[in-house]
Design a protein around this ligand. Sequence first.
Ligand code: PMP
Length: 320
Amino acid sequence: MGSTTILDRIGNTPLVRLNRVASGCPVPVYGKCEFLNPGGSGKDRIAKAIVDDAERRGVLRSGMTLIEATAGNTGIGLALVAAVRGYRLVCVMPEKMSEDKRAALRAAGAEVVVTPNAPPHDPQNFQQAARRLAAERGWFLTDQFAHPANPRVHEETTGPEILEQCGGRVGAFVCGVGTGGTITGVGRYLRARAPGASVILADPVGSRLAHLVNPAHPDHDAAYAVEGIGGSVAPPVLDFAVIDIAERVSDDESFAMTGRLIREEGLLVGGSSGTAVAAALRIAARSQHSDPIVVLLADSWDRYLSRAWIRQGTASLESE
Ligand code: PMP
């Protein structure tokens, strides 16, 4: 028999070995293919977990409205859950986000509210606007940056899947931080069940999170082009205690590695997967043991097809 709904296909994503890009590494490196979730990212897990939690507590009933401040993967994940469970979804995003992202969310059934570009403390900021709309209209704010179901679902599903897929031995787990839910949840699970595993933060150059993990990294707050990870302040659900080491990766290195993942491994991933793999290869190169390294391949390439870095591809025949 098939699945009852598409939501049953969230999680249990494959682990795939990186062959060409990790050739020459002394330990095997595997990608955890979160981009193969139905909505194209690991955010499907938290979208379903947050709604499940609210339904269990009796605060959500079919026909109600979900609201989140998101321009991206969490919005798509919530759109799937809203479609299947019968909710309305409103996504609030700042003006600077691309028209593509608005169009994708609308196509997936969300209503989009666009706010002026404004810093976090400004009442016009998109996160503040979402919070205000939720309070005024009685809508349910899914609140991915603060919701305990976010790290919890990774501790209960992503972490156990990884350890089992590795046959019980993991040398290191490498991922980025958006909300911090993935690294916190997987990190907590590995701390308890695979204490020899290191947990590595892959952070874009320009983000301050690496400095917050280890002050030996310079305190550097600057713009970068990789999307979905890094930031200038620690998100509430992020537990720094689970992180052993931070590795900084430049935009150029991230995008070059993403191109290699697509064209040499056939893994159709977005830019932050390149960041995480570049960091993982540094860890692999200096590994002292033979246990596999697992790296999070967080989202799918389709949401970046309009970006210059992905369109460069291999040289065209005419230019040869
Ligand atoms: N690692 C990478 C490389 C990512 O791109 C993302 C989010 N897109 C994550 C991890 C997980 O995000 P979060 O911290 O919100 O769980």
